[in-house]
Design a protein around this ligand. Structure first.
Ligand code: ADP
Ligand code: MG
Length: 700
């Protein structure tokens, strides 16, 4: 990039210190090149000129050619307004100003051809346009400003301080006149040819001053591709570098622990997906480079056994493992599950959480430090400085959305050579999002459920159907099944939620009275010990119904619970609904999920209910979720670069993303350090981007 493009923005003609300060503060524009990359949010089609007698059915923004024949000030109850009569060969209309009269009145010229632009409204069959944009026809024709008029991102402060869209547009013109010869190509020529891209220069020009919708589309495609391509280059390079540079313990041995378990104690036949994933993990851990793998598998797909067998590999090679879960309930459950799997092996497993007693804690700390403790399961408590491992070889993190990146990297730092890392998530992430969020991680997917599962039947019922739903519950309980009834999350401030839950609990207690029925309750305000006790009662079948908030959302495994009722289901997001539903369908019985809502539903809510009733496939649900909410609202995206994209949108531009990924992989396969002459410009641009770092600091 040329030096001129690095010029501070206030030096641009028309900017100066005051506007420069505003542009910096409001839009983060510091230099010339930042302004060039201020891409319009949308465009207004100004290829078309309307006549006054055509305005009838055009409420949107329109432009007309004509002239002003008369200007007057009209006194009103509330201040004055300025009214001009505008005419073309088909009729007359009024232009109106409520503010800035003096300045406007001085600038308006009578009886010269002008172009006006704005939003029309009609009053008594007479059209008027408030605060129109006005330009002399001959200037309009000469203007660099194009037919498709860009609308730039702005802020209230900018508008109030006189930096209107029009001003930004003028600045952009000025900038182009000064600098357009400096825009050099960044992409290799063979790629430009192959994808029939327009040049960088043409793209920048047409994104700001498109002469036609077609030119605009080409410019958008080129710039979106470039943006996504560079992100993919970054992510993939990062992965390659990590594999070369970040040392890991090579687990070369498949030994007694693994083999004994595999041959004698496997509780079921592994699914093909489980086998494949296990192989991927074994391959990774066999290398002297750190594994950094994301394991995605829908609820119930059987991630636990994969985690356990990976831990056995660590053990076979003389290393400790840890498994970190986001909640105490989950940590407990993992502890029970893994202890069960390990019961016939000689393995020392313990659990460490916030409520672990001091005396026990001491024993654990010692065991970890002297190596006699092989596997530790826990919550955030594992991250405390006091916890030191003799030789941590594998760190498994369950449900990674809930852990911040910083917390995760804390685990790495516990040893000189970092442990292999396996992040498990039951929230399926659409492929495009995964690529952009975790493109530098390796991804394994368990895309197959263990055999013999009956798909959960999901129905949507209205509050008015409650009697029928209650009858259904009674029938299921009579068959020996257990029921979850879930209420929306309790947040500290949301007293209403708590009231809903408690009201619900009371009325359920009335409808399902003791001694025939026993009911558990579980919510976030309970003490951990009480929660555990309540959970245990339900798990042991001592209660029939569990009334709960979303604290039961992740991981809880009670095979005899076969009905999930979600109250106010419209208040949950799709991925949460899917997670909750995953609490049932874990045993041999037919399971059901009933989504209860009121009759009043937004169209998004309807789509969510329909999607849930239609499919059990977490990936399909995740795709719909991404479409409905956009990446900004999905967990995990906040810290990522997905939101910092200037022009591309990973939902709408999915195909371009896939294309960019494909070409980035191909390019780096052939020329990873980008040393070939045809990649010289690319390399320069790449280095420039890496220096900025703004997008890339989200993964440790
Ligand atoms: P998740 O991926 O949600 O953590 P789990 O590991 O808890 O799933 O497994 C869900 C249930 O399926 C458990 O009861 C587990 O024992 C069982 N399971 C896992 N893999 C298999 C398999 N290959 N065949 C039969 N049952 C399996
Ligand atoms: Mg699990």
């Amino acid at each position: 990039m040329s030096n001129l493009l690095q010029t501070p923005i206030e030096y641009l003609k028309g900017v100066g210190p005051n506007r420069g300060e505003l542009l910096r503060k409001e839009l983060g524009i510091h230099k010339y090149e930042d302004l060039i990359q201020l891409y319009p949010n949308r465009y207004i089609d100004r290829t078309r000129y309307y006549k006054i007698n055509e305005l009838q059915n055009n409420p949107a923004e329109v432009q007309l050619i004509g002239k002003i024949i008369n200007i007057k000030t009209v006194e009103q109850k509330r201040g004055k307004r300025l009214v001009a009569t505008f005419t073309d060969e088909t009729g007359q209309m009024e232009l109106v100003w409520f503010q800035g009269h003096k300045w406007i009145r001085e600038s308006l010229k009578l009886n010269v051809p002008i172009v006006i632009f704005g939003r029309c409204t009609s009053f008594n069959g007479f059209f008027n346009m408030a605060h129109p944009e006005i330009e002399l026809l001959n200037e309009h024709e000469q203007s660099l400003r194009s037919a498709m008029q860009p609308v730039y991102p702005s802020t209230e402060t900018l508008t109030n301080r006189g930096i209107s869209n029009r001003v930004v547009n003028k600045l952009m013109q000025q900038l182009f006149q000064e600098t357009q010869d400096l825009f050099s190509e960044t992409l290799p020529h063979y790629l430009i040819d192959e994808l029939k891209l327009i040049s960088k220069k043409a793209a920048l020009f047409n994104i700001h001053f498109p002469k036609s919708p077609d030119a605009l589309a080409k410019a958008q495609f080129r710039l979106k591709f470039e943006e996504l391509f560079f992100i993919q280059l970054q992510l993939i390079t990062k992965n390659l570098i990590r594999k070369q540079k970040i040392k890991g313990h090579p687990f070369t041995i498949v030994g007694d622990y693994f083999n004994t378990f595999f041959q004698n104690h496997l509780p079921f036949k592994l699914t093909n997906a489980q086998k494949r994933v296990l192989k991927e993990i074994r391959n990774d851990m066999g290398n002297p480079a750190q594994m950094n793998r994301l394991l995605q598998g829908d609820v119930g797909s059987g991630k636990t056994i994969v985690a356990f067998m990976s831990m056995l590999l660590a053990l076979d090679n003389g290393f400790q493992s840890c498994l970190m879960a986001p909640t105490e309930i989950l940590a407990n459950q993992h502890f029970l599950g893994l202890s069960e799997l390990a019961k016939s092996l000689d393995i020392n497993i313990k659990i460490l959480t916030g409520s672990t007693k001091t005396s026990e804690r001491k024993i654990i700390h010692e065991g970890l430090e002297n190596g006699s403790l092989h596997i530790i399961i826990g919550t955030h408590a594992l991250l405390e400085d006091k916890v030191k491992f003799k030789n941590l070889g594998l760190a498994i993190i369950d449900e990674q959305h809930r852990f911040g990146v910083e917390q995760r990297s804390k685990l790495w730092k516990k040893n000189e050579i970092p442990p292999h890392v396996l992040v498990m998530t039951a929230t399926p992430i659409p492929r495009t999002l995964a690529m952009s969020l975790y493109g530098d991680l390796d991804i394994s997917v368990i895309d197959e459920l263990p055999p013999g599962r009956k798909p959960i039947q999901t129905v949507h019922r209205f509050d008015s159907d409650r009697l029928k739903v209650w009858k259904f519950i009674r029938d299921e309980i009579a068959k020996g099944r257990q029921i979850y009834i879930v209420y929306p999350l309790i947040q500290e401030s949301e007293k209403m939620d708590f009231k809903d839950l408690m009201d619900g609990y009371e009325s359920i207690s009335r409808d399902f009275p003791l001694p025939q029925y026993a009911i558990s309750i579980l919510h976030g305000k309970m003490k951990p010990a009480d929660k555990d006790a309540e959970m245990k009662r339900f798990a042991e079948g001592k209660t029939n119904i569990m009334v709960a908030t979303t604290v039961i959302e992740v991981g809880v495994n009670i095979p005899n619970a076969s009905v999930m009722i979600i109250e106010s289901a419209e208040r949950f997001g799709l991925s949460q609904l899917h997670q909750l539903r995953g609490r049932v369908g874990r045993g041999a019985e037919q399971s059901y999920c009933i989504l209860m809502t009121s009759h009043k539903l937004s169209s998004d809510s309807k789509t969510r209910m329909e999607t849930m009733c239609r499919t059990n496939d977490g990936f399909e649900i995740a795709e719909v979720d991404l479409k409905l909410r956009g990446p900004g609202d999905l967990m995990g995206t906040q810290q990522s670069g997905v939101l910092n994209l200037r022009i591309a949108d990973i939902v709408r531009d999915k195909d371009i993303l896939l294309l960019a990924r494909h070409h980035a992989v191909k390019l780096l396969k052939e020329d990873a350090p980008m040393q070939k002459p045809e990649h010289a410009a690319l390399r320069l641009a790449f280095i420039e981007l890496t220096k900025k770092k703004n997008i890339w600091n989200y993964i440790s």
